[in-house]
Ligand binder design. Structure first.
Ligand SMILES: Cc1ncc(COP(=O)(O)O)c(C=O)c1O
Length: 397
């Protein structure tokens, strides 16, 4: 048998996976600061979600390729609450945001066509694109300017093979929003070159402090000259990745949006991947999701405060720094360049009893950054980051 080129991944375990396996074996009390699964971090408000899925209507199979109309109206209501008027006929449901990406790459790209992605950002893009034989071309976010999109570098990279530009708003793991003026410049450049825009807003609601509507408003609330797809889903909106429901909103010039929707409908019809129970329950799930997000956002703030306090305790010349962010479930910790990330991870596991992620997973510059999950239960988070910060300070002195 010959397997496809695009699945020829290097599946050998890395040095880091060995480090992690040894650390877990040596320390059963290891606090996992890489945990991003919201169903495993003791959130109270998610406990009764399963009860919402047991309606009798869920026993009847009456599929619509774009998703049940009532469910799409519910998604339109989600946007109405965020000052965006969205026609339910412009919404398509999928099983997840990841699946929405796969459908968009099928819609927009032939093999070897290119999609621009932010760097640093979410590592799964490599796989999502690779599986559709699409090439990713990174464009830089400027670390020294709060990970602002480098708009001119992005526009320079648009060429005859570019089919789409992905913007992650707010970005994972940097937690930074795309500025409105940058988004407008990119929209104009994409429209001029017939390139589509994909705005990934899965973390839109998970803000640390109110960043202001100017920064944190949805792409669905703006007019666009370029064909634009706005992506989100229940994974983050309801902190419920197990429910498997995502969506996209198609906006931009009317004729283009209609043409895109007609093709997407066929793609969606080929899979019919969204389950009936979750569509039937969507109105109830979204109605209750505000409480879950409030619980999560309070936790994000509390954990950030604990990390800031631990760093402040080290003193004015602390050798580490927490990078500013507005939103999202991760925080970036800048560490001294005395070791590489794998060595820091080994040291923190052995000496501080905490497991963290290397920044290079997200294409952050090598040797400088560790990534911590802010979803972790607060007492455990506070104890673990205090131990991490003290350990880093000891090694740096
Ligand atoms: C930026 C970003 N986009 C998309 C996804 C995937 O979301 P889903 O679970 O809906 O596939 C994630 C998951 O963490 C993410 O961080």
């Amino acid at each position: 048998v010959r397997f496809s080129e695009r699945t020829s991944w290097d599946l050998a375990s890395t040095h880091l996976s060995g480090v992690i396996a040894r650390a877990r074996a040596a320390r059963p009390d290891l606090v996992d600061l890489t945990e991003h699964n919201p169903t495993r971090v003791g959130l109270r408000e998610n406990a009764h979600l399963a009860e919402l899925l047991s309606s009798r209507a869920a026993a009847i199979y009456d599929p619509h390729p774009m998703g049940a109309r009532a469910a799409r109206q519910t998604v339109a209501g989600y946007y109405r609450d965020r000052s965006a008027q969205v026609d339910p006929e412009r919404i398509i449901l999928s099983a997840s945001t990841s699946e929405s990406y796969a459908w968009l790459f099928k819609l927009l790209c032939d093999p070897q066509d290119e999609v621009l992605v932010p760097s640093p950002s979410y590592p799964l893009f490599t796989y999502l694109a690779g599986l559709e034989s699409v090439r990713l071309r990174p464009y830089p976010l400027r670390r020294d300017e709060g990970f602002r999109v480098d708009t001119s570098s992005l526009i320079d990279r648009l060429d005859a093979r570019t089919r789409a530009v992905i913007m992650v708003h707010p970005n994972n793991p940097t937690g930074t929003f795309v500025r409105r003026d940058d988004a407008d410049a990119i929209d104009a450049a994409c429209a001029e070159r017939s390139v589509a825009v994909i705005a990934d807003e899965v973390f839109l609601d998970h803000t640390h402090r109110a960043p202001g509507p100017e920064l944190a408003s949805s792409f669905a609330a703006q007019e666009h000259a370029a064909l634009t797809f706005v992506l989100s889903g229940l994974s983050k909106v309801a902190c419920a990745p197990q429910l498997k429901l995502g969506w996209m909103v198609v906006t931009g010039p009317d004729a283009l949006a209609r043409a895109a929707l007609a093709r997407l409908e066929v793609i969606a019809d080929t899979y019919l991947s969204v389950s009936t129970p979750v569509q039937v329950a969507l109105a109830a799930i979204l109605a209750e999701s505000g409480a879950i997000r409030d619980e999560v956002c309070a936790r994000l703030r509390r954990n950030l405060a604990a990390l800031d306090a631990a760093i402040a305790d080290v003193g004015a010349h602390a050798p580490m720094r927490r990078l500013p962010a507005h939103a999202g479930w991760s925080v970036l910790l800048e560490v001294p360049r005395i070791y590489d990330e794998d060595r820091w991870i080994e040291i923190l596991a052995e000496e501080a009893g905490a497991l963290v992620m290397p920044g290079y997973f997200f294409d952050l510059e090598h040797g400088r950054t560790l990534v911590l999950s802010l979803l972790v239960e607060p007492e455990a988070f506070s104890a673990a980051v205090t131990a991490c910060v003290a350990t880093i300070a000891r090694h740096a002195s």
